[in-house]
Ligand binder design. Structure first.
Ligand code: C2O
Ligand code: CU
Length: 527
């Protein structure tokens, strides 16, 4: 009674159902990433490269398992790895890196709605975040020290960048910075660490070698089939659904009962964290504290113990954890960032530390009471005070644009600080969210934050403060290159331009905002 065609389709449906029944255990097991077993993968430590004077690093497609029970994930990486290798240099020794673009012409992530369409779709340029670099010609794509956003390369091209490394010991990081696609390129995996070492650091007797471990936190968008996803609308900041640490999600690290040094980087596009160690058996019992010794631009003046480690995108926190009196116990790195954006899912657990290893040798390390001297810059010495207003506006095409002083990336340079002078920048955040603000070519200190009347300000341009100025957090009393500009507040930073003249950029390090042009060029000019 059935025609041959119908019979054929019935057979097809039957086979399909059979496959579904027999295959379903694996299919349903990971219909949701949340059902993955936590803490089954050991924390990887990115390969270290002791760089001397020259280095060739490729940007390419790579494949790796982000979790034991997931298929391989196609990512982008440096030297076939994501995060890329940790590049280690000695202070004062210049390094030239050839960043060779071998990225295939199809992007693993879709261009989100509302994003500028720029051709070619696959383009990349590497920036060393926090570095001191000399002037380069912004339009010379192939000699591009700072990673000028418009000077991207395509497959087969190489960006040559010189890093003088005239900086004290600190943790920098490299990542993609290509105009309009930074968020997508970073979410695909283009990140890595860069450590500068010096004698002062070595004299400190801090944990080193295998006891000095990077913790690179990155929010990822992971599908159950192992593929990555990105935000589908550039207006929705990318928070992802998992957090990888050094490239694994929910990893564990077995440690000895001794001191460790951890260099934490938040390489997430938009997600911030508030972190603490808690006993895994009784999550009300705190674990050992984070004794913070460094931040974005090197050591603090003295160690501090923040109650929770608050870390915004692009910030670095260098801290010591002493596990010596916790033998046999397990501690969860717990994230209580309870201020999710509209499309942000909470991720309360990040990784596990298990104090399970035997002490391999007596721990003779120590944490000095004083780490280095930090001279506070004085507002009395500044030659300019500038205001940077954080705002957004709707464009004639209906798309939103995030702006700084109402301007975008293509608008002419306004700020031309003179080399050798100091300035205060007042970051006036009229919006309702935190914007991690970063300036290239300079380091700064945080002066204070103060609530102001935004409505009044937007109407008249007049600043009316609504409360007293609040001092920076204890771990912000350091040299920094990224600062949290808090909503409805004016955050004041002070800096002295003393590295090199040249064309630089400042921007919001929320990468979707950056791609929506919350980024401006500026020049440091010779006196
Ligand atoms: Cu982390 Cu302009 O960059
Ligand atoms: Cu922003």
């Amino acid at each position: 009674m059935f025609t041959a065609d119908v019979r054929k389709s019935l057979r097809f449906i039957f086979v399909f159902l059979a496959v579904l029944v027999f295959e379903s255990p694996t299919l349903i097991a990971f219909d949701s990433i949340d059902s993955l077993t936590k803490y089954v993968d050991a924390l990887p430590v990115p390969r270290r490269i002791q760089a001397d004077s020259e280095l060739l690093i490729s940007l390419s497609m790579t494949k790796r398992r982000l979790h034991r029970d997931l298929p391989e994930t196609m990512e982008w990486g440096y030297q076939g790895e994501s995060p890329g290798p940790t590049i280690e240099v000695e202070a004062g020794r210049p390094l030239t890196v050839q960043w060779k673009n071998e990225l295939p012409p199809a992007h693993p992530l879709r261009l989100p709605k509302g994003a500028d369409v720029i051709s070619p779709d696959v383009r990349a340029v590497t920036h060393l975040h926090g570095a001191d670099v000399t002037e380069d010609n912004p339009m010379d794509r192939l000699h591009n020290n700072d990673g000028w956003p418009d000077a991207w390369t395509v497959m087969g091209e190489t960006q040559i960048a010189e890093y003088p490394n005239q900086l004290s010991a600190r943790t920098l990081w490299y990542h993609d910075h290509a105009m309009g696609t930074t968020g997508r390129n970073v979410a695909a995996g283009l990140i890595g660490l860069y450590e500068i070492h010096d004698d002062l650091e070595r004299k400190m007797n801090l944990p080193n070698g295998e006891f000095d471990i990077p913790l690179i936190l990155q929010a990822r968008g992971l599908n159950p089939d192992g593929s990555l996803f990105y935000t589908d609308d550039i207006m929705n900041e990318f928070y992802g659904n998992v957090v990888s640490v050094n490239g694994k999600i929910w990893p564990y690290l077995d440690v000895e009962p001794r001191r460790y040094r951890f260099r934490m980087l938040n390489a997430s596009n938009a997600r911030s964290y508030q972190l603490k160690l808690l006993d895994q058996i009784d999550m009300a019992t705190p674990g050992p504290p984070f004794v913070q010794i460094g931040s974005d631009s090197g050591f603090l003046e003295q160690p501090v113990t923040p109650k929770r480690l608050i870390i915004a995108p692009a910030e670095r926190m260098d801290f010591i954890v002493d596990f010596s009196s916790y033998d046999g116990r397990d501690f969860v790195l717990q994230n209580s960032s309870r201020d999710p954006g509209e499309n942000e899912v909470e991720i309360p657990e990040i990784m596990l530390f298990r104090v399970r290893k035997k002490l391999s040798q007596p721990d003779t390390t120590s944490v000095p009471d004083r780490l280095r001297e930090i001279v506070r810059l004085s507002p009395a010495d500044v030659s300019q005070t500038r205001r940077i207003i954080f705002d957004q506006m709707r464009m004639p095409d209906g798309n939103m644009m995030m702006t700084l002083n109402g301007l975008g990336w293509r608008d002419a340079v306004v700020e031309r600080p003179v080399l050798g002078t100091s300035e205060i920048w007042e970051l006036a955040n009229t919006l309702t969210d935190v914007h991690p603000f970063h300036i290239h070519g300079v380091q700064f200190q945080v002066l204070d934050r103060r609530l102001f009347d935004v409505e009044q300000f937007l109407k008249t341009g007049e600043v009316v403060y609504l409360g007293p100025a609040q001092p920076p957090e204890v771990n912000e009393m350091a040299w920094k290159d990224t600062v949290r500009s808090l909503p409805q507040m004016i955050t004041r930073i002070i800096m002295r331009f003393e590295q090199h003249p040249g064309h630089f950029v400042y921007h919001c390090h929320n990468l979707e905002h950056e791609d929506m042009e919350m980024m401006r060029p500026y020049d440091i000019v010779s006196p």
